[in-house]
Design a protein around this ligand. Structure first.
Ligand SMILES: Cc1cc2nc3c(=O)[nH]c(=O)nc-3n(C[C@H](O)[C@H](O)[C@H](O)COP(=O)(O)OP(=O)(O)OC[C@H]3O[C@@H](n4cnc5c(N)ncnc54)[C@H](O)[C@@H]3O)c2cc1C
Ligand code: SF4
Length: 336
């Protein structure tokens, strides 16, 4: 049985206090929310913090406020988000993405803040300490080279959050609380460009709230590719949000890919191509052919990476078809 290493636990009531504790203990400290990702990772010694700053007691941190804009406290759990009647009615894609994370039991504990900040993943890293020792470790923890791309200066571990691509597609922003105050940043700017430094925020900053704009007039879809229908992390996530005008002419659109890079990737060229066009079978096929290009899956997750790359095209087309109200089942099957 794998056991947690010893650590000191703080349970502050204010986000600023949490940020101060994180700052004061530097690299030895980490925040923990639901713990559904962090605790298993600690048992495998992927992280060895001496200090944990628990966020569960932060005041009002789990509130869900669907008034005009949707405000989600960072500690709101994914079951509450997936089942909330107002979210299902007005931001159904948020409920859908939250409802596809992990499994029902994990979603009861897992939080939206933790999901947006969840660690990147790689087959050479998400292993026991014993397993990683046997291959000489890799540079994300304890080693000095990348075992997937040995010449690479960066780590290619995969951004594996289901809700991150959706929040970026919806134009959401997050509030970050630091020792000296708060700031609000677009969700798209939360992510770095390296599987190790995968968050662009300061280490001591605590994510306190997610703000999703009023999406009246928009339609959205989230499609998740994985081996099993539950438990599995995404091998690909495709989030599409589109504002359609008269005769299905696209006024605005964002297509965001998850689990195909170290960070969620917006397929900007495909969005550019679609703006001003009618969303029909032909424009969808052409946009999907553009959207898959920035996906960079490597051989460090389940299933064959070349197939995962080809599936980006198919799943983008399916997501766009859902948004257009077209059938999704008649696209050519992809053979491994
Ligand atoms: C079997 C299994 C299957 C899973 N499947 C999926 C899946 O399909 N999709 C998916 O997206 N995830 C999956 N996960 C990962 C995880 O359960 C979820 O991402 C979950 O939402 C993480 O939230 P949490 O509150 O438990 O985060 P924690 O485990 O508490 O924290 C995760 C990380 O975020 C940081 N953090 C947490 N909250 C904050 C905050 N408010 N401010 C700053 N930093 C913060 C922590 O320091 C830590 O680095 C899976 C996990 C397991 C064990
Ligand atoms: S991508 Fe490379 S450095 Fe990053 S976790 Fe995998 S093997 Fe390690």
């Amino acid at each position: 049985m794998m056991r947690l290493p010893p650590f000191r636990y703080f349970a502050p009531k204010a986000a600023r206090e949490a940020a101060c504790i994180l700052r004061d203990h530097g690299a030895e400290a980490m925040a923990v929310a639901g713990g559904t990702d962090l605790y298993p990772n600690m048992k495998r010694r992927q992280f060895e913090p001496k200090v944990l700053v628990g966020l569960r007691r932060l005041e009002d941190a789990a509130a869900i406020r669907p008034n005009g804009v949707l405000r989600l406290g960072a500690l709101a759990n994914l079951t509450d988000i997936a089942e909330h009647p107002a979210i299902r009615a007005r931001w159904p894609v948020v409920a859908a993405a939250a409802g596809q994370v992990a499994s029902p039991l994990l979603r009861n504990a897992a939080t939206i803040g933790g999901n947006l900040c969840v660690d990147t993943r790689c087959n050479y890293y998400n292993q026991s300490e014993f397993w990683r020792a046997s291959i000489g470790y890799c540079m994300k923890k304890d080693g000095d080279i990348c075992l997937v791309a040995p010449g690479s200066k960066i780590c290619w571990a995969i951004s594996s959050s289901d809700t991150a691509p959706v929040m970026i597609a919806l134009g959401a922003s997050v509030t970050l609380a630091g020792p000296d105050g708060e700031r609000q940043v677009p969700a798209a700017q939360l992510y770095g460009r390296d599987g190790i430094q995968y968050l662009a925020k300061k280490p001591e900053e605590v994510l306190t709230e997610v703000h999703v704009p009023d999406m009246s007039g928009w339609r959205a879809s989230y499609r998740k590719l994985r081996r099993r229908g539950s438990i599995d992390f995404p091998l690909l996530g495709v989030a599409v949000a589109a504002k359609l005008g008269k005769d299905r002419v696209i006024e605005d659109v964002r297509i965001v890919l998850g689990a195909v890079h170290t960070h969620p990737v917006e397929a900007k060229d495909a969005g550019e191509f679609l703006r001003g066009r009618v969303l029909d079978a032909e424009s969808i096929e052409m946009a999907a052919g553009i959207a898959y290009k920035p996906a960079k899956p490597l051989d460090n997750a389940d299933l064959v990476y070349a197939w995962r790359k080809r599936m980006v095209r198919i799943e983008v087309a399916r997501a766009l078809r859902e948004v257009a109200g077209l059938p999704t089942g008649d696209l050519a099957p992809v053979v491994v």
